[in-house]
Design a protein. Structure first.
Length: 410
């Protein structure tokens, strides 16, 4: 099945918003074994939208539209599809009743303009919008499927998961597609790509390499007529990749580093404290994103200036000798926060977030320190700008090193 996404909205073309909907759907379609060949962005113009629909119809089996389902005059997705298919668009009494009920539940009067969201052509099945007022459509004609999805990402993703995904799986019955994501950290995307290049040409199972905020992800997908066959194909490829990448693989699928280290700290009954400089509190924030983290996280110190580092127990002579951005100071920060906050493990980050070099060290230089009371160590990483990405990678690097320390303990 060939798929095409049409993202609708003049605001996309003006750069006012980023098309995260297309990115989300592009990541979802391969999990169904559906090939995405085209993504089109088109403004709120009837002629150009009609042209985009005609072009998609000529070359794609599945057409996914996002946006243009609102109540205003420039929301024209329904009208354009009705015109393209030569069908009459009329108000559906059942959809109108559902719409009115939603406004009653919200405790607000319904503007008259919202009635256009109850419009439907005869060949369209309505898709429930659990998070908004605009229903979607599922249209099947002449071997083509057109699915209309709302523009707000939360509404779009909920409708995709609850309404569209089950229908697509049913239409693709007979094939089993299993997927697995391996998450790595410590190597750039190009290096990982080179290491696994011999498997990337495989048609089944397939392997893709993607750069993510928490490292480089490897997505494996296997297609077969029986679940056992697909599972076996995935397991064989995963075993080979694990043998190649070894300890650089830290997790799979929906696992996060903060959840994993939290589980290890709970399991080993250890407490954690952090001192961070260039990440500005992001490390502590990430750790506390996990519910129940108060059971093991003592607290975090943001020692952004050298003066604050010294006030919390880092030697001023050490900073003068090695610089604030150094392995020696990173380790001293981890030791100091462990002792000051009475934790079992101290974790630290110091570095150069930019935009200018510091102490002769280039932008993106990061040092992570870990002290568990038995031994301490510090490691260096180098991450590319922009500033926010460096901060995020610094926090991830700290959690990655903390995980290694926890796994190495008895």
């Amino acid at each position: 099945m060939k798929a095409e996404i049409i993202s609708i909205g003049t605001e996309l073309l003006l750069g006012e918003i980023t098309d995260t909907n297309a990115s989300y759907l592009a990541a979802e379609l391969p999990l169904l074994g559906i090939d995405l060949y085209w993504v089109t962005q088109v403004g709120d113009n009837m002629g150009r939208l009609r042209e985009a629909l005609e072009r998609a119809w000529s070359r794609s089996d599945l057409i996914l539209t996002t946006g243009g389902l609102g109540p205003t005059d420039d929301d024209i997705t329904r009208e354009a599809i009705a015109e393209f298919l030569g069908e009459e668009l009329s108000s559906d009494p059942a959809l109108e009743q559902e719409l009115r009920q939603k406004f009653v539940q919200m405790g607000r009067p319904m503007p008259q303009s919202n009635l256009k969201q109850a419009g439907r052509i005869l060949s369209a099945q309505a898709l429930t919008n659990s998070r908004g007022t605009a229903p979607g459509w599922w249209v099947e004609q002449q071997g083509h499927i057109i699915v209309t999805l709302p523009g707000p990402p939360g509404e779009m993703q909920a409708m995709w998961q609850k309404e569209v995904l089950p229908r697509l799986r049913q239409s693709l019955a007979g094939e089993i597609i299993l997927c697995r994501t391996l998450k790595t950290f410590g190597l750039p995307e190009a290096a990982v790509g080179e290491m696994v290049s011999s498997w990337m040409a495989s048609a089944n199972p397939t392997l893709g390499v993607y750069a993510k905020p928490d490292g480089i992800h490897l997505r494996l997908a296997a297609k077969a007529t029986h679940p056992e066959q697909a599972s076996r194909m995935l397991a064989q490829l995963e075993e080979k990749l694990r043998g190649l990448l070894e300890e650089r693989i830290w997790g799979t699928d929906d696992e996060t580093l903060e959840t994993m280290v939290g589980g290890l700290l709970r399991e080993k009954r250890l407490s954690l404290a952090t001192m961070e400089s260039c990440t500005g509190g992001l490390l502590a924030s990430t750790i506390t994103d996990v519910p129940g983290s108060s059971a093991y996280f003592k607290g975090g110190l943001v020692a952004y200036s050298n003066q604050m580092k010294v006030s919390w127990g880092v030697s001023s002579e050490l900073i003068a000798r090695h610089g604030a951005v150094s392995a020696e100071v990173a380790l001293a920060m981890a030791t100091a926060v462990r002792q000051r906050l009475g934790a079992d493990i101290g974790l630290s980050v110091t570095g150069v977030a930019g935009p200018e070099p510091l102490e002769g060290k280039p932008v993106g230089t990061i040092f992570v320190g870990v002290d568990d009371g038995k031994k301490g160590r510090a490691v260096q990483g180098n991450y590319p700008p922009p500033r926010l990405q460096i901060k995020r990678r610094g926090a991830v690097a700290a959690l990655f090193e903390l995980r290694k320390t926890l796994l190495s303990r008895d």
